[in-house]
Design a protein around this ligand. Structure first.
Ligand SMILES: Cc1ncc(COP(=O)(O)O)c(C=O)c1O
Length: 417
């Protein structure tokens, strides 16, 4: 199929957007503009249908000698294979499902802290969502380990490898960093960071938070060579479901908290309690949707989405550089930076608080966030913690160029009001 000239995907905007029932709704007579993707993306009809079909036909627990249970086991196994392919993992057993990324990360932190001793060191960043900070700092407290912080640069909100290097040594046991910031959008050099950790800290494991990165770029855990990676399906057009990747050997070796009757073998030993099987069924449909966009290839779908979204970022950056009075963009600002960032922008207006901006835009049907988005290290470090944080505009692959123009125009009007 020839890719559409406007989206680079094998479908036009209209065809793509028609797949998402929520996108056609109106607010106060305005067509809704969903720029809240970093908080949670919209969902294609096929995902909604797959969840309903699971509950309407296959609903059962695992391990039964009857048809619905057998189908449930098959659904989970297929979802694991497909998710492994999506993340570039070699073995389906390296994929663990759970409630959400935060809960899975706490579970892992409980297991890792059992291997840490007083004097060990862990590294977290100031750019991260707290779901990739608090699990590690709390576990460090329990183990008597020392926490070091890889600080982002204030001038452009990026993490630099030269700032990581001095934090690494033989005592480092874990380095946890983001694949992409959920507030300012900057993308660190994950592969370079892992390489540096391997060279300087032979006993360190690397955990990457890919929750914000996954909807915007292809993930390849083998190429990055991280030990663990977390993501969340509701950020990439799927249902509310967390996914943890771990190298098989680690998932096998680590001792996690679990009930006695559960298996000792990964991934089952990590999947405590009954899973949301309807969400796992929905995840399959979500990955099938991407496969269609990539014409059979999940990686290609994400590459196409990355390119399309980069064009939206460029359009936005060009327009605001023309000058919206009193608008500040926090983070990478240059059109040439679009491949170093996701299409997620943190802005403030001098004339209005972030909440006021979100309310004003919300009345016009433009959905944007306001606040800290749990990236509390970021709003602290840029000095906006007590000023209501920032307004967050998050474009997704279903965002149209017109919607980018619309939000810029709405901001311009507000700034001039
Ligand atoms: C970058 C990032 N990490 C982690 C999380 C937490 O994910 P979950 O809601 O699945 O626990 C979020 C959620 O907003 C996020 O944006």
């Amino acid at each position: 199929m020839t890719p559409s000239a406007t989206t680079g995907l094998p479908v036009s905007h209209e065809q793509l957007r028609a797949r998402f029932p929520s996108l056609s709704q109106e607010v106060n007579g305005h067509r809704a503009v969903f720029l809240d993707g970093p908080g949670g993306t919209q969902t294609p009809r096929s995902v909604i249908d797959a969840m309903a079909a699971y509950l309407g036909r296959d609903n059962a627990n695992l391990g039964g000698a009857f048809a619905t249970s057998v189908r449930t086991v098959e659904t989970v196994a297929a979802a694991r294979r497909e998710m492994a392919e999506f993340l570039g993992a070699v073995r389906p057993e390296e994929i663990v499902f759970g409630q959400n990324m935060t809960s899975l990360t706490f579970t892992l932190s409980h297991a890792l802290r059992r291997t840490w001793r007083a004097g060990d060191e862990i590294v977290v960043t100031s750019l991260d969502h707290d779901a990739n900070v608090a699990p590690w700092t709390l576990a460090s407290e329990d183990a008597g380990a020392t926490v070091r912080t890889w600080e982002f640069r204030r001038e452009d909100c990026t993490l630099r490898l030269e700032d990581l290097e001095p934090l690494l040594n033989e005592r480092t046991r874990l380095v946890a960093f983001t694949h992409g910031s959920n507030i300012v959008g900057s993308i660190p050099d994950a592969t370079g960071a892992v390489r540096m950790v391997r060279a300087k800290s032979p006993y360190a494991l690397v955990f990457i938070d890919a929750v914000h990165y996954t909807p915007h770029n292809a993930v390849d855990v083998e190429a990055i060579d991280c030990d663990f990676l977390g993501c969340s399906a509701y950020k990439f057009c799927g249902p509310h479901l967390g996914v943890l990747y771990g190298k098989y050997q680690h998932l096998e070796d680590l001792q996690n908290y679990k009930v006695r009757a559960s298996t000792n073998v990964p991934p089952g030993k990590w999947e405590t309690g009954t899973q949301s099987f309807e969400s796992i069924a929905g995840l399959r449909a979500c990955l099938a949707y991407y496969r269609e966009l990539g014409e059979g290839n999940l990686h290609q779908a994400m590459e196409r989405i990355k390119d399309y979204e980069a064009s939206l970022s460029g359009r936005f950056l060009e327009q605001i550089s023309d000058g919206v009075p009193g608008l500040h963009l926090h983070g990478l600002r240059q059109v040439g930076d679009v491949n170093r960032r996701t299409p997620t922008f943190a802005i403030t207006l001098e004339s209005h608080t972030p909440r006021e901006v979100a309310e004003q835009l919300g009345r016009q049907g433009i959905f944007v966030g306001d606040g800290h988005y749990y990236a509390i290290g970021v709003v602290d470090r840029i000095g906006l913690a007590d000023k209501g944080g920032v307004v967050r505009l998050g474009f997704a692959h279903y965002t149209t160029p017109d919607e980018v123009d619309l939000v810029v125009e709405a901001l311009r009007k507000l700034a001039n009001a």
